[in-house]
Ligand binder design. Structure first.
Ligand SMILES: C[S@@+](CC[C@H](N)C(=O)[O-])C[C@H]1O[C@@H](n2cnc3c(N)ncnc32)[C@H](O)[C@@H]1O
Length: 292
């Protein structure tokens, strides 16, 4: 996450240790620690070889790999800048002055089309959900469309695999009052919580660390959003407890996966309301007639 004096991400220095037992790291240049497969991946703004050596000596850990890359390369070669999914305007923290100029820090009606612009401030950090992956953008667009046409019937939501929390923020800003946002990556949860605070949505969004493979949360909500991957989606589809929501936004898959996913849907009460695409990615909007 961005902490003073840093106001943006530039160079990323990444160190992957072979264990998570490396002790507490209190360093002003630390962006965050990603825990994956019992290893710890540390992201810094600066070269930290001296610190890394000390960590190894003290903890007995070894470094599996280290890398130096530009933030742009981490983000698939893209510049993370402000973008709009009307009526939402999303700005990374290093461009929030643009948000101020556009909205004066609050919701504003533009003179051109009299439509409301709703600002979202985002620290994308090194977590999925900057808004520049096609699936995130598809999900955000679909949330905006549902909320603009159907807002009164969507009061509660779960966001399965929240990443930066952007989809939850979009929904909250468009009127969803109670949102539970889950991720199994503690670093993602910290980033999502910070983004919730930055947007003053603490009263609407509850970020929870949980492994969705181990236990499925309560799905009795108006809208369930799952931008995940095929294996986890197939697990969910075969679990009757997954099918308690009114609407589902499902994404994170490509056309070659659709046949298997479709075959796994319990079609009796489900309606495929819409199928959207962006690049090679697909999204489904499903309605559940047993609770609608
Ligand atoms: C494709 S990203 C989507 C992030 C965000 N919702 C978006 O649309 O940009 C999937 C997220 O799910 C999380 N995730 C993957 N497997 C998970 C699991 N078993 N339990 C909880 N979260 C998981 C990942 O850490 C990641 O943040």
């Amino acid at each position: 996450m961005l902490k003073p004096p840093y106001t943006r991400y530039d160079q990323l220095h990444v160190y992957n240790f072979d264990t998570i037992d490396i002790g507490p790291i209190d360093d002003p240049d630390l962006i965050g620690t990603w825990i994956e497969d019992e290893t710890a991946i540390l992201f810094f703004h600066k070269d930290k070889r001296k610190l890394v050596k000390r960590i190894c000596t003290q903890s007995g850990a070894t470094v599996l790999y280290e890398a130096k890359l530009n933030y742009q390369d981490w983000e698939a070669g893209l510049d993370i800048t402000s973008f709009s999914v009307p009526p939402l305007v999303v700005s990374p923290l290093w461009e929030e002055h643009l948000l101020e100029e556009q909205t004066h820090g609050k919701e504003k009606k533009t003179e051109v089309n009299n439509a409301k612009q709703i600002p979202i401030r985002l620290d994308p950090s090194v977590i999925f959900g900057s808004g520049f992956h096609p699936t995130t953008r598809l999900c955000l667009q679909t949330i905006a469309d549902i909320m603009c046409s159907n807002a009164s019937s969507i009061k509660t939501m779960v966001d399965l695999g929240t990443g930066t929390g952007l989809l939850s923020l979009g929904a909250a800003k468009l009127g969803v009052g109670q949102i539970r946002s889950y991720d199994n990556n503690p670093f993602a949860c910290s980033v999502a919580k910070r983004n919730v605070e930055l947007n003053k949505c603490e009263d609407r969004i509850n970020v929870l660390e949980a492994d969705l493979r181990a236990a499925l949360p309560d799905t009795r909500v108006d809208l369930l959003v799952a931008n995940l991957y095929k294996g986890l989606l197939l697990d969910f589809f075969s679990n009757p407890d997954f099918w308690n929501a009114k609407y589902y936004i499902i994404s994170g898959f490509i056309p070659s996966m659709e046949k298997d996913l479709l075959a796994a849907l319990p079609m009796k009460n489900l309606k495929l309301l819409e199928r959207r695409k962006s690049d090679t990615w697909r999204l489904w909007l499903l309605g559940n007639s047993s609770v609608l």
